[in-house]
Design a protein. Structure first.
Length: 237
């Protein structure tokens, strides 16, 4: 995309021409200014995506990671299936946790319905350090249909790909791998956390994978500063 050939965002906002019942001129002016910024944001998102796709090959995976799935042991290579790209989300549900992370669970619940579409293009796996029986029991409890859950039996994968914190606690991690000519390489991780957070904000990535926050960001109240999702609103979970 050649930025020099694009019509300015402000001009596109002017061309938009939308209005809504009983809006004031002040609202329309402010909304058009916001729309221009939103157009610029869309363009920046695409520039970043292009830069991400152009990354050189990442580090080769040389360890023989093994995972426990519902049908037995799996290697990292097995998780690709017939795809050349594999996305792995490391779920905060390690053996020290009585219940899984509500934030992770909220995001995965939203993704569960998208897996049939995602899997047309890439493989997607969810990995946690709890035993596979425990993971599958929660999958049934939550009513997930499509997510593929695997247990990191040794913790080696979780440790190497930043799903275990310095104190041995669970950390969420999102990693993309690619395979070519039988060689598996790491492609991308968001690499955003407390060290990269801006003042007054929770650590978040860009893009933000949480549909919950995407919706709340469009509301007058925005993201609550002190609220997080729960596993159930019928209890204190």
């Amino acid at each position: 995309m050649d930025a020099n050939s694009l019509v300015s965002a402000r001009e596109l906002a002017t061309r938009n021409g939308l209005s809504f019942p009983n809006e004031t001129p002040e609202y329309r002016q402010a909304r058009d200014e916001l729309l221009a910024e939103e157009i610029e944001l869309r363009r920046h998102i695409e520039r970043v995506a292009e830069q991400r796709r152009a990354l050189p090959p990442g580090g080769q995976v040389t360890k023989h990671y093994r995972f426990q799935g519902p049908d037995g042991e799996m290697t990292l290579g097995n998780l690709f299936g017939d795809k050349s790209t594999l996305v792995i989300y490391s779920y905060m549900y390690g053996p020290q946790r009585e219940r899984p992370c509500p934030m992770c669970t909220s995001m995965l619940s939203a993704l569960d319905g998208e897996i049939p579409d995602i899997s047309q293009q890439v493989a997607f796996a969810v990995i946690a350090r709890s035993a596979i029986e425990r993971l599958l029991a929660f999958k049934e409890e939550r009513g997930w249909h499509h997510l593929q859950l695997y247990s990191d039996m040794t913790g080696d994968f979780s440790r190497d790909y930043h799903a275990i914190g310095p104190e041995g606690t669970d950390e969420p991690s999102y990693n993309v791998f690619m395979i070519k000519d039988g060689v598996i390489r790491h492609f991308w991780n968001p690499e955003m956390g407390p060290a990269t957070a801006d003042p007054g904000q929770d650590p978040r990535g860009a893009p933000d994978f949480m549909p919950l926050w995407t919706v709340l960001d469009t509301t007058p109240e925005g993201r609550p500063q002190t609220w997080y999702p729960k596993l159930s609103y019928d209890s204190a979970q």
